[in-house]
Design a binder for this molecule. Structure first.
Ligand SMILES: *[C@@H]1O[C@H](CO)[C@@H](O)[C@H](O)[C@H]1NC(C)=O
Ligand SMILES: *[C@@H]1O[C@H](CO)[C@@H](O)[C@H](O)[C@H]1NC(C)=O
Ligand SMILES: *[C@@H]1O[C@H](CO)[C@@H](O)[C@H](O)[C@H]1NC(C)=O
Ligand SMILES: *[C@@H]1O[C@H](CO)[C@@H](O)[C@H](O)[C@H]1NC(C)=O
Length: 271
C-alpha cells in the first residue's frame, strides 16, 4: 500500500499514521478471516406455537452490528427470512413478517442467532445464515412438532371385558400409540388408525380389548423425532364408564334371550 509522507503540525507524520492505519486494517481483516461462523450442528426442535432461537455465532467473537447478516431458507420465494443492515432492499418472505428478530445487544459479541416467534409446522427446514462481507455461511436445521394429550373412551362394556378407544388429535410428525396395563406391560391392541388433516396434523386412534380386572390402563402416544410423549390413564374403579355404554351390558343378555327364543321357536316349528 502507498503511504504518503507529509509532515503535519502535530508532529506525528501522516506517513506514520497511515502505516498504523494499514496495520490496524490488516489486523481487523485477519481477525475477521480467522473468525468462523458456527451454527448448532444439532437440529433445533420446537413445538408448534413455541418461540425458538436458532443459535449461530462468530468464533472468536467480532462485532456483527454493522455487518450485513442475512438469514435465508433456500427453496422459499422470496427466500429472505431476516435481513440485518443491508445496503440493498431484500424482500422478506411474508410468512415470517413480524415473527423474527436478531439480538441487538448480542450482535456486537458476534452472536447472530435468530429468534422465530410462534413457530409453525411449515417453518421446519434448513436455514442459512450468511455474512457476505466475510464470505461466511453456515446452516442449521429446525424441526417442528405438534402434540396433544390422548383421550380414552369406553366403546363397549361388559362385566368381564371392555373395549377402550384412545384418540389423540393434532400430532406432527406421525406418532405411534401403545397401550400399557397397570404394571407397565405392553398390551396387544388393534392396528392404529391414522388420519392426516388438511392442516397436515395427524389424528391417531387405537382400540384395545381388556379384562376389567386390570384396573389401570395407559394409552401412550409418542414421537421419537421430537422426543415427545403424552399419556392418559384410565381406571374402572373411578367409575369412568359412561352411562351410555351400560346399555351394552343390559342389551347383550336381552339379545341372547331373544336369540334363544327364536332358535327354540325354529326348532319347535320343524318338529
Ligand atoms: C406486522 O406488524 C405491522 C405493524 O404492527 C402490521 O401493520 C402488519 O399487519 C403485521 N404483519 C403481519 C403479517 O402480521
Ligand atoms: C446468543 O444470544 C441468544 C439470545 O440472547 C442467547 O440465547 C444465546 O445463548 C447467545 N449465544 C451465545 C453463544 O452467546
Ligand atoms: C395408573 O398408572 C400410572 C402409571 O402407569 C400412574 O401414574 C397412575 O397414578 C395410576 N393411576 C391410578 C388411579 O392408580
Ligand atoms: C427427551 O426428553 C427427556 C425428558 O423430556 C429428556 O430427559 C431427554 O434427555 C430427551 N432426549 C433427547 C435426545 O433430547
Amino acid at each position: 500500500m502507498m503511504c504518503p509522507k507529509t509532515e503535519l503540525h502535530n508532529g506525528l507524520s501522516f506517513g506514520t499514521r497511515s502505516v498504523l492505519l494499514c496495520l490496524i486494517l490488516t489486523f481487523t481483516v485477519c481477525v475477521a478471516e480467522q473468525s468462523e461462523l458456527i451454527c448448532s450442528h444439532q437440529p433445533i426442535v420446537a413445538l408448534a406455537g413455541d418461540d425458538v432461537i436458532l443459535p449461530c455465532y462468530l468464533d472468536p467473537p467480532i462485532s456483527a452490528s454493522s455487518k450485513t447478516v442475512v438469514w435465508t431458507r433456500p427453496g422459499l420465494d422470496p427466500k429472505y427470512i431476516h435481513v440485518h443492515y443491508s445496503p440493498v432492499y431484500l424482500r422478506q418472505n411474508p410468512s415470517y413478517n413480524n415473527r423474527t428478530r436478531l439480538f441487538d445487544d448480542e450482535l456486537q459479541n458476534g452472536n447472530v442467532s435468530m429468534k422465530i416467534f410462534k413457530v409453525k409446522i411449515s417453518d421446519a427446514g434448513k436455514y442459512f445464515c450468511t455474512l457476505r462481507s466475510m464470505l461466511k455461511e453456515a446452516s442449521i436445521q429446525l424441526t417442528v412438532g405438534a402434540v396433544s394429550t390422548p383421550i380414552i373412551e369406553v366403546v363397549a362394556y361388559s362385566t368381564t371385558n371392555s373395549v377402550l378407544q384412545c384418540e389423540s388429535k393434532g400430532w406432527y410428525p406421525e406418532p405411534e400409540v401403545v397401550w400399557l396395563d397397570g404394571e407397565g406391560n405392553l398390551l396387544s391392541a388393534g392396528p392404529t388408525e391414522t388420519v392426516r388433516g388438511p392442516d397436515d396434523l395427524y389424528t391417531v386412534s387405537s382400540r384395545v380389548t381388556v379384562e376389567n380386572i386390570h384396573h389401570n390402563f395407559t394409552c401412550r402416544v409418542q414421537q421419537k423425532d421430537i422426543n415427545q410423549t403424552r399419556e392418559t390413564h384410565f381406571n374402572f374403579i373411578d367409575g369412568s364408564v359412561p352411562a351410555g355404554t351400560i346399555v351394552v351390558t343390559v342389551s347383550v343378555p336381552v339379545f341372547v334371550v331373544i336369540l334363544a327364543i327364536f332358535i327354540c321357536w325354529k326348532c319347535c316349528s320343524k318338529s
